[in-house]
Design a protein around this ligand. Structure first.
Ligand code: C2E
Ligand code: MG
Ligand code: MG
Ligand code: MG
Length: 292
């Protein structure tokens, strides 16, 4: 077969590699322009509080409204942004938009929503990151308690002075810190006592196979892990959010075991701000006492 292809096999390989790099280079240049032209948009996914049945929080998730390709998901451009350093400008733009939106919900309703923003380690390594956050909160007129920052386990294992100092400053300001994708990162839990973490977000890998019968199945390791994370978080005075909740059976398991909040397609997909506001209004209506 290889003989039959001869030199053409190699030709094909270089052609597709070239096509790939061209595409990647094009996307990189377009992303730079997207930052200048304000093509990034932020969608919001609700977090449902289980004991009150209220939406009290949202995760801000970036999307790129590309002029020709349409809406591009972060899986296609966050890595490019990380590799080129554009993640710092991108992350800043997301923070500004998310804080402005949170301020609108806080001051104008329909309800105060704590907005959680994902951070890159490159942002946290910046010397004046905490001061930049203070500036953003002030110009948006948002109380610090309404902002949450989502970090990953690996970010807290860096032992960099800038990271440690930023985190301490953010906590003093009253900003909440969450660990994203909890359980999939590094095995050491030591950082949990070194850093002022308020929330653990259980990775969806542990949630996807759960169902209402998981409890009775001794071989269900996911169920055991989820119960253990909830128990550990609560004994450390932390909140627990389950990510990627798609099915009613998963919700009932999480409810039964005292998980504080859930996030996932079962509640809602990430929505543009206007759709999120509409969802809040619908929820308020559904919960209001019926008028005679
Ligand atoms: P993440 O922070 O873990 O965000 C959760 C991801 O899971 C989101 O994907 C969300 O749409 C998706 N998701 C939510 N519910 C479900 C569900 O029930 N089932 C499944 N299968 N998926 C669900 P998205 O929006 O594509 O974002 C992917 C990742 O990109 C995020 O993972 C985060 O790591 C990163 N990201 C997004 N926005 C930003 C940002 O502004 N800055 C940085 N640095 N990273 C971001
Ligand atoms: Mg996240
Ligand atoms: Mg996550
Ligand atoms: Mg993730």
């Amino acid at each position: 077969h290889a003989k039959h292809l001869g030199g053409n096999g190699f030709q094909f390989f270089t052609d597709s590699l070239q096509a790939y790099s061209l595409d990647r280079l094009q996307l990189e240049n377009q992303l730079r322009k997207a930052l200048d032209d304000d093509q990034l948009v932020v969608h919001y996914q609700p977090k449902l509080h289980l004991s009150t049945d209220q939406i009290g929080g949202a995760e801000a998730l970036v999307r790129w409204q590309h002029p020709e390709r349409g809406l591009i998901m972060p899986g296609h451009f966050i890595e490019i942004a990380e590799e080129t350093g554009m993640i710092i400008a991108l992350g800043d733009a997301v923070l500004v938009k998310a804080c402005q939106q949170a301020a609108e919900w806080y001051h104008c309703g329909p309800a105060p929503i704590r907005v959680a923003v994902n951070l890159s380690v490159q942002q946290l390594r910046q010397n004046h990151f905490a001061e930049r956050i203070a500036q953003i909160l002030e110009s948006a007129n948002l109380p610090a308690e309404m902002l949450e920052l989502e970090l990953t386990e690996s970010m807290l294992l860096e032992h960099l002075d800038a990271v440690t100092e930023n985190i301490a400053a953010l906590q003093i300001m009253g900003i909440k810190l969450a660990i994203d994708d909890f359980g999939t990162g590094y095995s050491s839990l030591a950082y949990l006592k070194r850093f002022p973490i308020s929330t653990l977000k259980i990775d969806r890998a542990f949630i996807s196979e759960l169902n209402e019968f998981s409890e009775d199945n001794a071989a269900d390791h996911d169920a055991a892990i989820v119960r253990a994370i909830i128990a550990m978080a609560h004994s450390l005075n932390m909140n627990v959010v389950a990510e990627g909740v798609e099915e009613a059976g998963q919700l009932s398991f999480l409810k039964q075991h005292g998980c504080d909040e859930v996030q996932g397609y079962l509640i809602s997909r990430p929505l543009p701000a206007s759709g999120f506001t509409a969802l809040l209004l619908e929820n308020a209506e559904a919960q209001a006492p019926v008028q005679p």
